[in-house]
Design a protein around this ligand. Structure first.
Ligand SMILES: C[S@@+](CC[C@H](N)C(=O)[O-])C[C@H]1O[C@@H](n2cnc3c(N)ncnc32)[C@H](O)[C@@H]1O
Length: 504
């Protein structure tokens, strides 16, 4: 069944901001075919008509289109910033003794808001219900149902310390049940972040976590959503966005602040903490205020001293460790590559988290992380990881090729060509980059350039010893004979087209 996707893409973008282009189209086509069959509406025009008028059907469709990837204690360093800096500061500023309100916007199946509860429970013990209230909001009603159930499996624990698991979960075979003391702390709400207005109950937050959601929106949509989130924040509140997404979200809606090497957006508060001579620097063209990290706490009494005694706590960083899924804590990068080749991305990612914790700038780990993100279609995250790798190794062919692929998938053709060209400048024998360049030229209607590159690839791959193309880490699994076949095939097609054009 061929479906004209355009009206569906438009409707979905209008209602919830999701962009389903490029690779997202494949998923949309599959899901639409499925819904047309289930609803027995016969064809896509009838289904479209039905969809427009039925909010239940729209919900069912959206539930199938969202990407719910999440896990406990994701980006643990941001949780550390929360518990050690942001929360103590807000608690001290509180005038009304009301609980601080924390929202996980785009909470998926609940791992994020529950991690916030656990992290704060580790620090504030039994005072958590008195000090904080937590909300999880998501557009996906099925994900919310799972969040409310508090039942998880091993995949949600990529690196959670055994002590945390034992303290907050009851294990039942493969399932882990979150204990009620944590589960009951979070209220879940259906919430479309792209909505024009929000119920009163969803206003007045002190901290909003909005992580790994913005990657599914274009820039104008991101701006609208960030304006919405800003309107839900109290004055002096904080908006926390995933580390790799921050630059793409620095849209001038809220000022970006750096503290302890991490970034967040602040609704006005940061200025109070910027000392007169604070360094101010430019990131992605926006001026960023840098909070003097160590000593603005000096005058703050330790919040814990005014609280009841807490349970023996773990520093947040120690809440994560290799999970049982990891075969061996001393694994090598080769083993991570093997997992990637077998497409066991969750396992590979869990290993990478550990490797990067030990050595945050490790180029190979960053490259494999980018490779996995690319395969998961998390293009902007992949780009961010590859750029990080490029910072430590500016000549990394792997990073240049990854950046080219991330641009190619997003149909940023000019950008993709630039990255692949850079790879070829850095290593003339990089036949892989030349092959991608040839494909881009061919698709872009530049047959002469395409022919030149295909011939170049063939020439390199026909040598008795195929030259090293400079790829060191990426498990791309390209078979020389297949690539030779593809080049020959494309050259033949380009030759035919040339002959036909000559005859006209
Ligand atoms: C990849 S998950 C992120 C989960 C969690 N924040 C994290 O970082 O692990 C993205 C979530 O955003 C939700 N989402 C997408 N568009 C949304 C919208 N317009 N309003 C609310 N939630 C949305 C999806 O349903 C999905 O559960």
């Amino acid at each position: 069944m061929t479906i004209d996707l355009a009206p569906f893409q438009k409707l979905i973008k209008q209602r919830c901001g999701l962009i389903l282009e490029g690779i997202g189209e494949e998923k949309l086509a599959t899901v639409l075919a499925q819904r047309i069959t289930v609803t027995r509406l016969g064809n896509s025009a009838e289904y479209y008509f039905h969809l427009q008028g039925s909010s239940d059907e729209f919900q069912d469709l959206v539930n199938l289109l969202t990407i719910n990837e999440t896990y406990f204690f994701r980006e643990v360093e941001q949780l550390h910033l929360l518990t050690e800096r942001l929360v103590p500061r807000l608690l001290m500023q509180r005038e009304d003794n009301q609980p601080l309100r924390i929202l996980s916007a785009g909470c998926s199946t609940g791992e994020e808001p529950y991690s916030l509860v656990m992290a704060l429970r580790e620090k504030y013990g039994d005072d958590v219900p008195r000090l904080f209230s937590f909300t999880g909001g998501d557009i996906d009603t099925q994900a919310l149902a799972k969040a409310r159930s508090g039942r998880y499996n091993e995949f949600s624990f990529r690196g959670v310390a055994a002590a945390i698991k034992a303290r907050y979960f009851d294990q039942d075979g493969w399932a882990y049940h979150l204990k009620d003391e944590i589960r009951n702390r979070v209220e879940f709400h259906e919430m479309n972040l792209f909505a024009e207005e929000f119920p009163a109950a969803l206003h007045g937050y002190d901290i909003i976590f909005f992580r790994n959601v913005s990657i599914y929106f274009d820039t104008p949509t991101r701006r609208i959503i960030q304006q919405n989130l800003a309107s839900l924040l109290n004055d002096n509140g904080y908006l926390m966005i995933g580390t790799a997404e921050t630059i793409a979200n620095d849209l001038g809606v809220l000022p970006l602040v750096e503290e302890d090497g991490l970034f967040y957006f602040s609704k006005g508060q940061h200025s109070a903490f910027v000392p007169a001579a604070a360094p101010v620097f430019d990131l992605s063209r926006h001026v960023v205020a840098k909070v003097a990290a160590p000593d603005h706490h000096e005058n703050l009494p330790d919040v814990r001293s005014v609280l009841s005694p807490v349970v023996p706590s773990l520093p947040i960083a120690e809440c994560v460790e290799p999970t049982v899924a990891l075969p061996d804590p001393c694994f090598s990068i080769d083993e991570v590559q093997q997992q990637c080749r077998a497409k066991r991305y969750d396992e590979a990612m869990a290993m990478i988290v550990v490797l990067l914790e030990r050595n945050p700038g490790d180029t190979s780990s960053l490259l494999l992380k980018a490779h996995i993100q690319l395969n998961r279609k998390e293009f902007e995250l992949a780009e961010a990881s590859a750029r990080q790798a490029l910072q430590t190794d500016p000549w990394s062919i792997d990073a240049l090729v990854l950046l080219g692929l991330a641009a190619k998938w997003r149909e940023l053709i000019g950008e993709a060509v630039r990255w692949f060209k850079q790879a070829v400048y850095a290593r003339h024998e990089c036949w892989l980059a030349r092959y991608y360049l040839a494909d881009l030229y061919r698709a872009g209607g530049e047959p002469d350039k395409a022919r030149r590159e295909y011939r170049g690839v063939l020439q390199l791959l026909s040598q008795s010893t195929v030259p090293d193309n400079g790829i060191r880490v990426l498990p791309l699994g390209v078979v020389h004979s297949e690539l030779r076949f593809l080049c020959t095939h494309q050259l033949a097609k380009l030759g035919d087209q040339q002959r036909m054009a000559g005859r006209k």
